[in-house]
Design a protein around this ligand. Structure first.
Ligand SMILES: O=C(O)CCC(=O)C(=O)O
Length: 298
């Protein structure tokens, strides 16, 4: 639960840090799950698990970002995390009693070369009519500045959706929005940061000698419909707190088959990641680009 001051802080700044959402023991157990999952995926999937954004990949230093979407389908421990009362009660304090899952993703920024995220808003990637969407980043290990901790621009959620540029991936122009204009939020294992999908955020390179391990959970009010059907994924629509008062069917993800006969997971989302036209981002650019734009998103 948030205190009154924390609720007011969130309203003013578009983010709030909750210290010790998980105990150190819980965080350590999740960290182990996360690294075991990444080892499994690296072994089992004959494909890259690197999710470094294009502009970061083109930087002077070769960096790496290990990731997995919708982790609750990979280990039951992560399903329990999604339903953790301490997490959902904070989300409910921000969103109202009904909290619906949009998607989850795990990031491991490896030691000495963990990729940065240029400053961006999440809103253009999956816009919603009432902008209820929030993210919670839960830290499974300490994330001081040198590990590339999350950074936010306080109060930026009040600016609405800003034009993003496509530079390997979508983000705000780095000359106007350099990462050091944002406030670093160094965290300890077990801390969580909650922020609006309109809040400008990003993070630097992990230059430390330890991995930075997090799970990000994106949540919305179920009565706030997407203004564009995009970034759909398996598990989207699961209720984490309260009820869905709309009685809507959950999204149907196109389950076309992969070449090897397995079902494609989150086809809409992966199509987007691999370069589908993205009218909202085009719109956010004020129509400056013609012929549509493509979104790169992990
Ligand atoms: O984990 C981070 O450092 C930031 C992640 C992020 O900005 C995102 O996934 O939108």
């Amino acid at each position: 639960m948030l205190t009154e001051e924390q609720t007011q802080f969130y309203a003013d700044n578009g983010y709030v840090v909750v210290k010790g959402l998980l105990t150190k023991e819980e965080a350590a157990a999740y960290r182990q799950e996360a690294h075991a999952l990444m080892e499994r995926l690296t072994r089992l999937r004959e494909q890259e698990v690197d999710a470094t954004w294009g502009s970061a990949a083109n930087g002077a230093k070769k960096t790496q970002l290990l990731h997995c979407h919708d982790v609750q389908f990979q280990a039951a421990a992560f399903s329990r995390l999604l339903l953790n009362d301490r997490l959902t009660s904070v989300a409910a304090d921000i969103l109202g009693p009904n909290v619906q899952l949009h998607h989850s993703k795990m990031f491991i920024k490896p030691p000495e070369k963990g990729s940065p995220f240029p400053l961006h808003q999440d809103a253009p990637f999956f816009p919603h009519e009432q902008h209820s969407m929030i993210a919670a980043i839960v830290h499974f290990d300490d994330a001081p500045l040198e590990k590339g901790c999350v950074c936010v621009v306080p109060g930026s959620h009040k600016q609405g959706m800003l034009p993003h540029i496509q530079d390997g991936s979508w983000h705000l122009p780095t000359d106007e929005f350099p990462i050091d204009m944002a406030m670093p939020l160094p965290a300890e294992a077990g801390d969580a940061v909650f922020f609006s999908y309109l809040t400008i955020h990003g993070s630097g390179i992990n230059v430390s000698n330890e991995a930075r391990t997090t799970v990000l959970i994106q949540m919305r009010d179920p009565a706030d419909p997407p203004s564009l059907r995009t970034h759909e994924s398996r598990g989207q629509g699961m209720m984490l707190a309260g009820i869905d008062p709309t009685g809507e069917k959950t999204v149907s993800v196109d389950r076309t088959q992969n070449a090897d006969g397995t079902m494609a997971e989150g086809q809409a989302a992966s199509t987007e990641r691999h370069g589908a036209t993205h009218p909202v981002l085009a719109g956010a650019m004020g129509g400056a680009m013609s012929g549509g734009m493509t979104a790169g998103r992990m």
